[in-house]
Design a binder for this molecule. Structure first.
Ligand code: SF4
Length: 280
């Protein structure tokens, strides 16, 4: 099988940076445990590798002793996590992606100026939960056109809209245009990360020149699943986490496969898939 790889695929700048910071800490670790609040990234295989190295995943600060070392992952967290860890005298290794940090700053600034915050994205995603934590968890989170109708916007209020970094640009524009019809005083901050855009555009380019696409990445990785949906609209697309999920029989009819991967997919997993496909 001929295999073509998307120009931009796999670890983005923010994830690469976060994973390196965390790995460096683990390499220099002495006896005390190092904790991460939630999985470091949405990739089980990579997370397992870090756990083997000694990273302990927790879901609440209450579960760890005072003075512990805590890694904040690239998705970022709300203000309360910083306050709580300070009161527990924790040593913080903050791997929040600078692009996410920028959204925190915007939200903090505009909410302190009396703006109501609107976030376009998935309310359950850790990045959105973190962003919401910079405006007292009072943001209006919108993830569909219907949700605009379900929210009442006060014509006398001023609003600031930001987006989840992994949002689709067309969807963002559509929602913003709908919001403009309902809100007079709307400040728009397009905070979509350009690593996401690059991966989406490369995936579209590649999908248009191959017979099928293989998208590698976590089933819970929002940016991976967006790549899957984009590719599905163009060619038959297979969403996998590792090469073990590829079915040789299904791939039999295709001559050229395109490969792309979400921003939290490590290179070694991509290489394994490429090697496997080439052997078919
Ligand atoms: S996708 Fe963008 S915002 Fe998210 S971690 Fe990567 S570089 Fe940062």
């Amino acid at each position: 099988m001929e295999v073509r790889i998307a120009e931009n695929a796999g670890f983005c700048f923010g994830v690469k940076r976060a994973m390196k910071m965390a790995w460096d800490e683990l390499e220099n670790k002495e006896d005390d445990d190092i904790y991460s609040l939630g999985p470091l990234i949405h990739n089980k295989q990579a997370v397992d590798k870090y756990k083997e190295k000694g990273l302990v995943e927790i879901d609440s600060l209450d579960k760890i002793p005072n003075d512990s070392k805590l890694i904040i992952r690239s998705h970022g967290v709300g203000k309360n996590v910083y306050t709580d860890s300070e009161s527990k005298n924790m040593d913080i290794i903050d791997t929040t992606c600078p692009f996410v940090k920028k959204i925190h700053d915007i939200v903090k600034e505009f909410s302190s100026k009396g703006y109501r915050i609107i976030v376009i994205g998935n309310a359950n995603h850790p990045e959105i939960i973190g962003i919401n934590g910079w405006c007292d968890n009072e943001a209006i989170v919108i993830n569909s056109e219907e949700e605009i109708d379900n929210n009442l916007f006060d014509p006398c209020d001023k609003y600031c809209v930001v987006s989840q970094t992994t949002a689709n640009l067309e969807f963002f524009d559509k929602i913003v245009n709908m919001l403009k019809e309902k809100i007079n005083n709307l400040t728009v901050k397009n905070t979509i990360c350009f690593a996401t855009k690059e991966r989406q555009l490369s995936a579209i380019d590649l999908a248009n020149e191959v017979d099928c696409m293989v998208v590698i990445g976590g089933k819970h990785s929002s940016n991976t699943q967006k790549l899957v949906n984009i590719c599905k609209g163009i060619v038959p697309t297979f969403s996998i986490e590792t090469k073990e999920e590829l079915d040789k029989d299904i791939l039999d009819g295709f001559k050229i496969a395109g490969v792309t991967a979400g921003a939290s997919t490590p290179d070694w997993i991509i290489d394994e898939v490429i090697k496997y496909l080439k052997e078919i």
